[in-house]
Design a protein around this ligand. Structure first.
Ligand code: GLC
Length: 422
């Protein structure tokens, strides 16, 4: 693939425009604060032209880490009435104000990349504080979010998964009581077409779960044990396993044997624990309800993170490749977030069909590492085409390639620079 200097420059311009000094907003208007996993991917984009700024993005994020170890999903660096739910709704009492939930733990994987790009010096001056923050955050997951003790990740709000309205959550959300929610004003549909956003009955449930956390004083033990939404998320389970592997590489390089042993134990636990998410009927790893034990039975883009996490037996991986083949038959552009034709599929509605480049990137990376170079190339070329055809949108229709959600999106620009535009 040849480089496209105009798109390179446009991507850099988006990152510079969305830069608020030490952190980057995902897009103007719709998301006016710092988001956890967005920042990690954005750092990969900055790393292609401003190394200092890349590290700073991550350092600003971990500055907001809670004492218990959680890295919050949003950091509200300044007020903005154009967003709901803002800091006064979350009421976590933190400085700077943050939300009370987390997001996918991809930070350690990005730290490893930045550090290796600069020669993997164990004494790199910016490595240690980030290593410590990642370790603390991973320990938080193990202490608060592993109810079965098998290395999977429990999520207590669908927003934690980063795949906000994926149909994987529909059945669990349907049980959430919304009778006490009260009136509130959504802001997202004032910025983008409502047909591309979650529906209002869904939003009520998101707010009800938030309100449970607030009433629990953001006590993460109470929320994990008694909260109204308790899912074992395939995406975060795979991402944390990968992040533990990446953190282990750093622990070994800096010679921290005690931490290296701890990480090896966690990795071994998650490798076998992942079988709990395997769904033999659909031939893929799927999210599973921790309260009812029921598998979602849905193949989503997160299922394909198995390659990135390096899990599964040969026959399981072969079946997952069959699922990828099914996707290719029905979608013009890989990788849709939900299998076209399945229940609740909608090619324009957020995580119910559209292509999201950050997930595609991790999936392609895993496929390339695991001997599926052709698939990795196909996903990467499709991703580049989507940007060439439509611009740097939040997400894209896998059928028409139309941009969906917010425009001039930071993580899409970053993925162009760090991956599919190279
Ligand atoms: C949406 C996405 C989430 C992302 C956030 C900011 O909520 O679902 O994954 O982190 O926007 O871009």
């Amino acid at each position: 693939m040849s480089r496209n200097p105009q798109l390179d420059e446009a991507a850099r311009a988006i990152l510079r425009r969305n830069d608020r000094g030490g952190y980057t907003v995902p897009t103007q208007g719709l998301y006016p604060f710092q988001w956890n996993w967005d920042s990690a991917f954005v750092a990969l984009g900055f790393a292609t032209f401003d190394r200092d700024r890349a590290w700073a993005e991550l350092e600003t994020l971990v500055d907001a880490q809670w004492d218990d170890g959680m890295i919050p999903h949003i950091v509200f660096h300044q007020n903005d009435d154009g967003y709901f739910p803002g800091p006064t709704v979350w009421a976590t009492g933190k400085t700077p104000p943050t939300s009370g939930i987390t997001q996918p733990p991809v930070l350690a994987s990005v730290v490893r990349q930045l550090w290796q790009q600069e020669g993997a010096d164990p004494a790199h001056p910016r490595l240690r504080p980030l290593f410590d923050a990642c370790l603390k955050s991973h320990r938080w997951f193990h202490a608060f979010r592993d109810p079965l003790g098998n290395g999977l990740v429990l999520v207590t709000h669908n927003w934690e998964t980063g795949r906000d309205n994926s149909s994987e959550w529909d059945e669990a959300l349907a049980r959430v009581d919304t009778s006490e929610v009260g009136p509130y004003q959504r802001r997202d549909t004032g910025h983008v077409d409502a047909a591309m956003r979650p529906q209002s009955h869904e939003y009520d449930r998101y707010v009800a779960i938030l309100q449970f956390g607030r009433k629990a004083g953001w006590n993460h033990r109470t929320i994990a044990e008694q909260g109204p939404f308790r899912m074992l998320d395939v995406g975060m389970s795979m991402e944390l396993l990968r992040a533990n592997r990446d953190l282990l590489v750093i622990a070994e390089a800096i010679g921290d044997e005690r931490v290296a042993d701890e990480l090896r134990d966690r990795i071994a636990l998650s490798e076998t624990g992942m079988d709990w998410l395997w769904n033999e009927e659909v031939g893929a790893w799927c999210s599973r309800d921790a309260t009812t034990g029921q598998s979602s039975g849905l193949v989503t883009n997160a299922s394909f993170l198995a390659f990135y996490a390096r899990v599964g037996r040969a026959e399981q991986r072969a079946r997952l490749i069959e699922a990828l083949e099914r996707m290719t038959r029905s979608a013009t552009y890989l990788l849709p977030s939900l299998e076209p034709g399945s229940r609740a599929y909608d090619h324009r509605r957020y995580w119910r069909g559209p292509v999201w480049l950050v997930v595609s990137y991790m999936v392609a990376q895993g496929l390339a590492e695991q001997g599926h170079a052709d698939w990795a190339a196909r996903i990467r070329e499709d991703s580049a085409k989507l940007i060439e055809v439509s611009g740097f949108y939040e997400s894209f229709s896998p059928e028409t390639g139309e941009g969906t959600g917010g425009a001039e999106f930071s993580w899409t620009a970053a993925m162009w620079l760090a991956w599919c535009g190279r």
